[in-house]
Design a protein around this ligand. Structure first.
Ligand SMILES: Cc1cc2nc3c(=O)[nH]c(=O)nc-3n(C[C@H](O)[C@H](O)[C@H](O)COP(=O)(O)O)c2cc1C
Length: 227
């Protein structure tokens, strides 16, 4: 009987520590806001690329809002019945995947690491538990200013999703869609009173390796964001 109790206790401990480990890498984000403090025209006018950031952390609300702008889900039927994302996408295929890179204490409520953004559940899954921002900057032709940003958002893409339907033209569509995501980020950053840069000058394999990019996803643009 004692043995049975011990076994039950150990099993319960195992289950709870497994769900704890899972929970520690799973981060629910605050709901995005659908209204902002400045007009779209003001955001377009003020938008600029910066290459220096204050050493101030971002809030989880700011991060959530940025990720939503980059590739967020919308309630189905929100506008026309067809729109389900903050971006347009050729054939409604949505080949983009968004990642967030953080340092220690660079976002209140998030540890350091590499996170994959799940737009449907509005959550982050940590896929690597170390700060790789400096390695990423080195992989981007040593644009070391990038590492001063509290977070970097990486726009990645699964080309195969679009080329499966459109052949070689799907490659061009995917680049176009990355640009739309990048522009959304510029406008959202302005609306939040944040600053950002865009980095497209990098060696693809070096970036993939620095940020432990899951197989099948190509890095398209790197977007350091801060204050
Ligand atoms: C596709 C693309 C790639 C870019 N790559 C880099 C880059 O590697 N490094 C950098 O400092 N800026 C980069 N930029 C930012 C441009 O230099 C910047 O947008 C341009 O100078 C205009 O300035 P503005 O954005 O402040 O209006 C890139 C912009 C785009 C759209």
């Amino acid at each position: 009987m004692n043995r049975l109790r011990c076994l039950t206790f150990c099993l319960a401990l195992l289950v709870s520590s497994t769900s704890l480990a899972k929970a520690q890498n799973d981060f629910k984000l605050p709901n995005p806001s659908f209204t902002g403090k400045i007009s779209i025209e003001a955001a377009m006018t003020k938008k600029k690329s910066v290459r220096h950031f204050a050493n101030d952390p971002l809030t989880l609300e700011q991060v959530s809002q940025l990720l939503w702008a980059a590739n967020g889900a919308l309630p189905v039927d929100a506008i026309s019945g067809a729109t389900i994302k903050t971006l347009p996408s050729a054939g409604g295929i949505y080949p983009l995947e968004i990642f967030l890179l953080t340092g220690d204490k660079s976002v209140k409520g998030l540890p350091a690491g590499i996170f994959h953004y799940n737009s449907l559940s509005n959550s982050l899954l940590r896929i690597f538990a170390e700060d790789v921002r400096m390695s990423l900057a080195q992989a981007a032709l040593s644009q070391l200013w990038m590492a001063s940003a509290p977070v970097t958002i990486v726009i990645g893409a699964v080309f195969g999703k679009s080329t499966a339907k459109y052949g070689a033209r799907g490659i061009q569509y995917t680049f176009m869609e990355s640009g739309a995501s990048n522009q959304n980020l510029y406008l959202q950053a302005e609306a939040l009173g944040l600053r950002m840069g865009t980095v497209g000058a990098f060696e693809e394999n070096a970036v993939s390796s620095a940020m432990k990019m899951p197989a099948g996803i190509t890095p398209m643009l790197l977007v350091p964001v801060g204050k």
